[in-house]
Design a protein around this ligand. Structure first.
Ligand SMILES: Cc1cc2nc3c(=O)[nH]c(=O)nc-3n(C[C@H](O)[C@H](O)[C@H](O)COP(=O)(O)OP(=O)(O)OC[C@H]3O[C@@H](n4cnc5c(N)ncnc54)[C@H](O)[C@@H]3O)c2cc1C
Length: 336
């Protein structure tokens, strides 16, 4: 990125609103990552669109960061514009049924949220409205934009995916520099997959259809029970990026005769006796083997070495190609 491009960003986004050489370790759950050449916080969709348009018009490499809960950023950082999406808002934009003061008679409602809204906030909003369908997102880290890219989920076997409740979304297409509205089928949602992983489109906002809960008073309890379970099963309070690998396919679970045909990548890693393995400041969690923890100032290189160790051992032992759930940001060519 050259000085002219930096000046262009200053001019358009405001010199006081951009940071140069901002450490991305401050903006990721892993607490890992070198500097962003330029870092900008988009507080609204207008900010987000302006930053994207400016980057594209000036051929500046860019990446949109949500909450940084599903990324590994290189120690060498990102030599371009990092746009941290903080465009957060939620509102009800329609409902079916008859409206009364306490919402009685409503059958379902449409909720519109901007893509920088935290999924936890979205869950709280819908729970407070007595709306059912996204309560499993309570306490799941990340923004709506990041969530739609990975099709965020909780209990996969109970079909709890964010994409299931999506009606439509507004996307920014970097190839055409235009926005478009698409319905949920456009995303081709599957486990840990949505089409925007291929197209690189950016989510601006999204609309969900949620049912009025039959018994709103038990909704919060149901959501809190999930949170409790998550906190029992996953490491809490240690820097990490959630699950590193996608679960394996049903066919591989059958081939390997896993217990109860579990597809859990965590089970696979545990069965390779890798729990607790350390490289530098990074460690494979002893509690949940699909989590790599930054226990002691880990570098992205430490994490990458553990990832490669797991992949190699899974390949050599089981003939399995484990695939990352996390996304890489920056240049990893100098890391091994
Ligand atoms: C402790 C912990 C527990 C977790 N538990 C769960 C869980 O139970 N279920 C689950 O599904 N996930 C879980 N995760 C993973 C994480 O919560 C999700 O992947 C979440 O969707 C990440 O969102 P984000 O905003 O942080 O995305 P980021 O990490 O910021 O970005 C991830 C990717 O999305 C892209 N992106 C970000 N915003 C947009 C946008 N607006 N449009 C297009 N692309 C965008 C980024 O460029 C990047 O490629 C967990 C993570 C942690 C740290």
């Amino acid at each position: 990125m050259n000085q002219d491009q930096v000046e262009k960003l200053k001019e358009t986004l405001g010199p006081l609103r951009i940071l140069e050489n901002e450490p991305l370790s401050k903006h990721t759950y892993f607490k890992i990552g070198g500097p962003a050449k330029i870092y900008f916080e988009a507080k609204s969709l207008d900010d987000l669109s302006l930053a994207l348009e400016t980057a594209l018009a000036n051929e500046i490499p860019f990446v949109v960061l949500g909450a940084g809960a599903n990324v590994l950023v290189s120690d060498y950082g990102f030599e371009g514009l990092v746009i941290k999406n903080q465009a957060a808002s939620t509102k009800i934009v329609g409902f079916k049924g008859t409206y009364s003061k306490h919402g009685r008679g409503i059958r379902n409602a449409l909720v519109l949220a901007t893509s920088g809204t935290l999924m936890n906030q979205l869950a709280r909003f819908t729970l407070d409205q007595g709306l059912e369908g996204l309560e499993f997102l309570l306490s799941v880290p990340g923004t709506l934009g990041g969530g739609l890219k990975i099709n965020a989920h909780f209990e996969v076997e109970r079909d709890q995916f964010i994409g299931n409740r999506l009606v439509s979304a507004t996307l920014f297409d970097p190839k055409t520099v235009k926005t478009k509205t698409v319905d949920s089928s456009y995303f081709n949602f599957a486990y840990d997959y949505s089409r925007i992983q291929q197209t690189g489109e950016i989510v601006l906002d999204a609309t969900f259809r949620l049912d009025k809960a039959k018994d709103p008073s038990t909704l919060w309890q149901k959501a809190m029970d999930n949170v409790k379970r998550r906190n029992e099963e996953q490491p809490v309070g240690i820097a990490c990026s959630g699950c590193i690998f996608k679960n394996i396919s049903d066919q591989n679970a059958i081939r390997l005769a896993t217990p109860n045909l579990t597809t859990s990548a965590g089970y696979v890693i545990e069965s390779l006796n890798l729990k607790g393995t350390r490289i530098g400041g990074a460690e494979i969690s002893s509690q949940h083997a699909n989590f790599i923890l930054n226990t002691n100032n880990a570098t992205s290189s430490d994490v990458l070495k553990l990832i490669n160790l797991i992949k190699d051992k899974a390949k050599n032992t089981y003939g399995l190609e484990l695939k990352e759930e996390i996304f890489y940001i920056g240049d990893f060519s100098q890391e091994s």
